[in-house]
Ligand binder design. Structure first.
Ligand code: C2E
Ligand code: CA
Ligand code: CA
Ligand code: CA
Length: 279
């Protein structure tokens, strides 16, 4: 396996590299996709709710299959999680995203950060800290420019192990974000126990704002909690100006959603950064 450090994940195999067969399972297709370099990374802006300035990007994996087209991560990540391919794909994504951030910064001429999803299996893998160190060293990023997104579930599988990994992540100054906050099965006690910096409010709580009283109450409670615990909040899946205004008025600092930027290829993200400099 070879990480090109940029752009695509390529695994070289001896000989065989025939045309894609019909009716092969998605899983078999995935191994082929890794060899053929069909995986790529998209980047979605995370913006300041007040100024709308891009602060960072979330890295989102894409699989561009020659005949199936774009296979959504909701379909292939669970398979990769089951067969372990996520360790290879995740390591590639982390390194490539760090390298990409350097290029984004050169264009933006200011510090930005990169947020990368870490799956439960990746998080538990023995090699994970080596992978993290390699990505930071290879890219020359500062640890503080890296946000690692994990879910409540990842923490709860083995909290003792999680605590030790998280403390090693924070030794490297990487920040920890809780993804899909509020949707997992866990108690709030983990916010006290673990060194968490960011809460990402799941789109499920944003979608029906500002109309839904219940979702409003949940968002307010999260924002209040975050304020008192000194955590940052990113609202996910913001699609309308009304949602943005509602959240911004209640002190939500960061927004991520189709309203302020869809996930995009690196060159499109670069163009967006260039354009924002001339505003
Ligand atoms: P996630 O981490 O919660 O990522 C946010 C998802 O919401 C992304 O879906 C994004 O495209 C979508 N989204 C963002 N803004 C909006 C919006 O305004 N409206 C709507 N309707 N959707 C929005 P995507 O890219 O399909 O990814 C789905 C999930 O797959 C991710 O959910 C994450 O759990 C997983 N995933 C994606 N890339 C990676 C990766 O590199 N590694 C791992 N482990 N998981 C990944
Ligand atoms: Ca995420
Ligand atoms: Ca999320
Ligand atoms: Ca989600």
């Amino acid at each position: 396996a070879k990480e090109t450090g940029k752009g695509r994940c390529v695994v070289y195999s001896q000989g065989h590299s025939g045309p894609p067969q019909h009716d092969i399972s998605l899983e078999a297709a995935m191994f082929q996709a890794v060899r053929e370099g069909e995986f790529l990374l998209y980047y979605q802006p995370i913006v300041d709710a007040q100024t709308r300035e891009i602060q960072g990007f979330e890295t989102l994996m894409r699989w561009k299959h020659p005949t199936l087209g774009m296979v959504p991560p909701a379909r292939f990540i669970p398979i990769a999680e089951t067969n372990g391919l996520i360790n290879l794909l995740g390591a590639w994504a982390l390194k490539a995203a760090c390298v990409q951030l350097k290029q984004f910064e050169e264009v933006a001429k200011r510090p930005l950060y990169i947020s990368v999803n870490i799956s439960p299996r990746q998080f538990r893998n023995d090699k994970f800290l080596d992978v993290l160190d390699d990505a930071i060293a290879f890219s020359g990023l500062l640890g503080e420019q890296l946000v690692l997104e994990i879910t409540e579930g990842t923490l709860m599988i083995d909290p003792v192990h999680a605590e030790s990994i998280l403390s090693k992540m924070t030794e490297r100054k990487a920040r920890i974000a809780i993804d899909d906050f509020g949707t997992g099965y866990s108690s709030l006690a983990y916010l006290k126990r673990f060194p968490i910096s960011v809460l990402k409010i799941d789109r499920a709580f944003i979608r029906d704002l500002p109309g839904s009283q219940k979702d409003g109450a949940i968002c307010n409670a999260v924002l209040d909690l975050a304020k008192h615990l000194d955590l940052s909040v990113v609202a996910e899946g913001v699609e309308t100006v009304e949602q943005l205004q509602y959240l911004e008025q209640r002190g939500c600092q960061y927004i991520q959603g189709y309203l302020t930027g869809k996930p995009m290829a690196a060159n499109v993200a670069l163009a967006a950064l260039k354009e924002s400099m001339h505003r």
